[in-house]
Design a protein around this ligand. Structure first.
Ligand code: AMP
Length: 405
């Protein structure tokens, strides 16, 4: 699907260009048409799924340019989230002439008040500061047509809910409501239930179309570290029916050479091999005679072996759909599986696309004893790598933020 198909106006589409987005993420695909149509929307989506644009783009299309009194109010729990929303909204504003103000705590009042007084269309706020400004008479909320509650679960966790309720009493009851939350607990649904009118529920499938019982993780490394890492990884996980995918035939052959030297029983399967050679390789893999099968994407769809428990992506697939096909080779028939992607610095942006498709950020797998420097390559540039946690994998997993504090 493309952004053109979501009912967005030319000005908003120009803003999408300005933001550098090419294809909508799942939450955007689902939410934008509903919001454009004026529906109340409840979205279950975490940070990193593209949820900010999912509400900001259609919201700004709907309200248009007003007379300076804000028409849309976005309430969000933290300054960082407010800044992120402002970035998207301001880019849209460049194309539509709409004005945006952000009011958050910990900053002096006068510049915020001046901005509001100069006339705005969209107000992005953290709850406490907004209430202060309202009580001081510095902001008029009587014309709000659209309310967004961003990260509602976090606002509840942080004890902001009474403030949110208070804010609701300042704004018109007839309005469009958009609520986003990483999780939709019963508590949240109950809290917001009464304020919503016939809401549409939108959920980003947590693991996309991939099997739910496949554990997935990434290993950010330099390309030069990959051969050594792969051998170490296979040893750590126990060399038993591991399927390795490479992007090219040449790289498949290279991996075979490296692993063979390391003492593993390896075969390759790619388009240069004859049909009978491929069948033979599959058969020997199936029977457990060989430990590792190295393959390219062309044949990923055809491999049907019931007990592959590890898929390793030596290279990130070119096409996000191939990722799903690759990891779909494991955990077949209800078994559990494990899929690891070795992520070179040059593959990070490509892998982002996969994570968008999956609607989730994959954790980083930390191979014990392998000397890759923690945090040296941090995918998603600005996001901090959080502290190391124990995991179910036997190794250690670092979760990538931003997450709850
Ligand atoms: P969010 O879930 O709103 O926190 O967005 C996470 C990141 O995804 C931000 O850095 C956005 O700029 C980026 N992003 C959002 N939508 C898209 C898209 N359609 N294509 C590429 N990047 C996107």
């Amino acid at each position: 699907m493309t952004f053109d198909e979501l009912g967005l106006s030319p000005a908003i589409l120009a803003a999408v260009d300005g933001l550098g987005y090419e294809t909508p993420t799942p939450i955007q695909e689902q939410s934008i048409p509903l919001i454009v149509a004026g529906r109340d929307v409840v979205g279950a989506a975490q940070t990193g799924t593209g949820k900010t644009a999912a509400f900001a783009l259609p919201l700004m299309q709907r309200i248009g340019v007003g007379d300076g009194v804000p028409l849309a109010l976005v309430i969000t729990p933290t300054r960082e989230l407010a800044a992120q929303i402002e970035r998207v909204a301001s880019e849209v504003g460049k194309h539509t002439g709409q004005r945006v103000a952000v009011v958050v705590g910990g900053v002096k009042y006068p510049p915020q008040v001046a901005r509001i007084k100069a006339g705005i269309d969209v107000l992005v706020a953290t709850p406490g500061r907004l209430i202060d400004l309202k009580e001081r008479g510095d902001v008029d909320l009587s014309k709000i047509q659209i309310l967004v509650l961003d990260e509602a679960d976090r606002m509840v966790d942080m004890g902001f809910w009474p403030s949110v309720r208070r804010i609701l009493s300042f704004i018109p009851t007839k309005r469009q409501n958009l609520l986003f939350s990483a999780t939709l607990t019963e508590e949240i649904t109950q809290l917001v239930g009464r304020m919503l009118t016939d809401p549409a529920y939108v959920e980003v499938a947590r693991a996309g179309t991939t099997a739910d019982n496949v554990e997935q993780a990434i290993l950010p490394v330099e390309q030069s570290q990959k051969p050594h890492l792969l051998a170490a990884l296979i040893r750590e996980r126990g060399a038993d029916r591991i399927l390795v995918f490479t992007r090219t035939k040449a790289r498949a052959d290279l991996v075979k050479m490296i692993l063979s030297k390391d003492g593993f029983k390896v075969m390759v399967m790619h388009a240069d091999r004859s049909q009978s050679e491929r069948e033979q390789a599959l058969e020997r893999f199936r029977s457990g005679e060989i430990d590792v099968l190295v393959a390219t994407d062309i044949i990923a769809r055809g491999i049907d072996i019931s007990d592959i428990d590890h898929v390793v992506n030596y290279d990130v697939p070119e096409n996000p759909e191939d990722y799903v096909h690759r990891i779909g080779r494991t955990a077949r028939a209800g078994a559990s599986g494990f899929a690891l992607t070795l992520l070179g610095p040059d593959e990070i942006s490509q892998f982002r696309e996969i994570e968008y498709m999956l609607g989730t950020l994959l954790p980083i797998y930390d191979l014990p004893g392998f000397p890759y420097r923690e945090g040296r390559i941090v995918p998603f540039g600005s996001r901090p790598v959080k502290k190391v946690q124990r995991s179910v994998f036997g190794g250690r997993v670092m979760r990538r933020g931003p997450r709850r504090r």
